[in-house]
Design a protein around this ligand. Structure first.
Ligand SMILES: [Zn+2]
Length: 308
């Protein structure tokens, strides 16, 4: 994969996965000395971390600072010294502050031709305007069938496995989640029926259920109801969510994202909902005003749900 990418490189990549840093190294190697001879000036400088055309940015504190991004911005004006291209590797892009992300966006919007960005992240949950300028490279994680096999060997039934994988969006579930699903799987259908009959205030309270399985079902039921809500209803719900734990909000948004992506595939609409959810998730993680954000998000979702 690296060889074909390096042959006609794009200007910006978002590399996602546990081996992303390794991938970025190999990419630079292929670009500067495709043979990887190990003896030329490129190879020796890459090996020693002293190649002048490779800039590697790691976070100095909790996250990459605005100053670090500004420095990149200034240095971007100078063409490469030894190689045909200049590479910027930026780690932990999902942790950028809004200010730093916007600053990065400025270089990404009109990058000099010789510049290549390799952005490294744990997920694609980054500022959507940055995401849209990147070619996304998702490095492989254990394939679904392998996870299914592991879970089956641990004695979980097919329906339990299906529930688990829908909760983790296809990733390996952790122990508390496996235990929770084991306990709740037999009551799945009954729970769904109960939630359908639940009055709104009680359903809303179920959104902060500690059990992720119950919480998920409550969110799905709420999304079904949302298009029939009045504006007063939406405002009351936003006020309630505004006071909730951050992880309640985050699981609401994550679950809604999964649900809307399904709808997009099935019905070919809901794109507005998806962009609003992605942006909201990003802002929430940066301490935006939760109640205001939820108001605008819920209104957008209600609209997205209304028949076209
Ligand atoms: Zn070489």
């Amino acid at each position: 994969m690296i060889e074909s990418l390096a042959r006609q490189p794009a200007q910006a990549y978002l590399i996602v996965g546990t081996t992303a840093a390794q991938f970025a190294h190999q990419f630079a190697q292929h670009l500067f000395c495709p043979k990887g001879c190990g003896t030329c000036a490129h190879c020796s400088k890459l090996a020693h971390g002293t190649h002048p055309d490779l800039t590697w940015v790691s976070k100095s504190g909790k996250r990459i600072s605005i100053d670090q991004v500004r420095e990149l911005q200034q240095k971007a004006l100078y063409p490469p010294v030894e190689a045909p291209k200049k590479i910027y590797v930026i780690e932990s892009v999902e942790d950028l502050s809004l200010e730093a992300a916007n600053s990065l966006l400025k270089i990404l919007e009109t990058p000099p031709r010789y510049l290549i960005f390799l952005l490294i992240a744990r997920s694609t949950n980054i500022l959507p305007t940055i995401l849209s300028r990147c070619q996304i490279v998702k490095l492989p994680t254990p394939p679904r069938h392998q996870i299914e096999k592991i879970l089956r060997e641990r004695g979980l039934s097919d329906s339990e496995i299906e529930l688990l994988l829908s909760l983790t969006k296809g990733l390996m579930p952790d122990e508390p989640l496996i235990e929770a699903v084991r306990q709740f799987a037999p009551q799945h259908q009954k729970l769904q029926e109960q939630l359908t009959k639940l009055p709104d205030p009680e359903l809303w309270n179920s959104l902060s259920e500690a059990n992720p399985f119950v919480r998920r079902e409550a969110i799905l039921e709420l999304l079904e109801r949302l298009s029939s809500y009045t504006s007063a209803h939406v405002l009351a719900l936003a006020a309630l969510l505004g006071k909730s734990d951050p992880d309640v909000i985050e699981s609401f948004i994550q679950e809604a994202l999964y649900w809307y992506r399904d709808r997009l595939v099935l019905e070919g609409r809901a794109e507005g909902g998806i962009l609003a959810l992605e942006t909201a998730l990003w802002k929430i993680q940066r301490n935006a005003n939760v109640q205001l954000l939820m108001e605008s998000l819920l209104f957008t979702l209600r609209q997205a749900r209304a028949p076209a």
